[in-house]
Ligand binder design. Structure first.
Ligand code: NAP
Length: 252
């Protein structure tokens, strides 16, 4: 099994498979984070080299199942995995946590891209909490009239002219998020619709303070033999379909 990882649920699935002799999973990460969390399983790090590279990997390692447990916004990896399994006839299980949805009290605007999110901030100066990741600040340099509070695990290469940086790795508590929004006088939150409980606290905090949310919605899901929302459902699916499987590459 090839397990494509890089998310909390990929880690949980990998941990659940530790010591399970049925699958011989290999856990795969892109290797973009300097100190990634890794399970006690055989791991590999770094890209495969596009669809061709992944096809070659699947064939060379006799992979009998791919699990795509990557982040909902890792669209390139998911697209490549979908294409490679179609070419090799390998089954694909997609583990995707459900997206967040707006509650009645939310002031929530859905957009399709970071560029649209930047435009949606408008011309009037805003105080924006930006949680989209260190490599995705580009579109916001086009709107320098706003103040940006940027939170990321590792520092970005540069900050917008009116920018402040908070280096932190979640999960965060609602009270902590509320205090941060208040401290910086934030009136707008920009987030990707990652979903999951770990970072939902910022949305709850925004709701309680009447902070507007600009939500970048997800790219399309890859075609898989099954798409499951959590680790329990993934384990059920594996138990049902792969009683005797020997080698699965599970990518999260
Ligand atoms: P991406 O744009 O879909 O991937 C870019 C390239 O990185 C892929 O084409 C692939 O290279 C390589 N790659 C990605 N995930 C890989 C994996 N699990 N194992 C081996 N190679 C992988 O993805 P991204 O948005 O840069 O994200 C990179 C990783 O960080 C993903 O694994 C994702 O789960 C994790 N992550 C992403 C986000 C996010 O917001 N995008 C947030 C948290 C975690 P080749 O074409 O050479 O195979």
């Amino acid at each position: 099994m090839l397990l494509l990882g890089g998310t909390a649920e990929a880690m949980s699935l990998a941990q659940a498979l530790e010591g399970d002799g049925r699958f011989a999973p290999v856990y795969s990460i892109a290797g973009v984070t300097r100190e990634p969390r890794l399970p006690e399983l055989p791991c590999r790090r770094g890209g495969f080299g596009g669809v061709e590279g992944l096809v070659a990997y699947l064939q060379a390692h006799g992979v009998e199942l791919v699990v795509d447990a990557t982040h909902p916004f890792a669209a390139g990896m998911s697209r490549n995995a979908g294409a490679a399994v179609r070419r090799t006839g390998t089954p694909l299980l997609v583990l995707r946590r459900p997206p967040w949805t707006a509650a009645r009290a939310d002031v929530w605007q859905s957009v399709a891209s970071l560029e649209e999110a930047s435009a949606a901030l408008g011309t009037e100066p805003r105080r924006v909490f930006l949680t989209t990741g260190k490599t995705e600040l580009g579109p916001f340099f086009a709107a320098p009239q706003h103040f940006y509070l940027i939170r990321s695990i590792e520092p970005p290469e540069r900050l917008p002219p009116q920018g402040a940086l908070v280096l932190a790795r979640g999960p965060f508590a609602v009270a902590q998020e509320r205090a941060l929004l208040r401290e910086h006088g934030i009136d707008t939150l920009v987030s990707k619709n990652a979903g999951g409980p770990a970072n939902g606290a910022k949305l709850e905090a925004a709701r309680s303070l009447g902070v507007r949310v600009v939500m970048v919605e997800r790219p399309a899901l890859p075609d898989g033999d099954a798409v499951v929302p959590d680790v329990a459902a993934a384990l059920d699916w594996l138990a049902e379909h792969y009683r005797g499987a020997r080698r699965t590459v599970l990518g999260v």
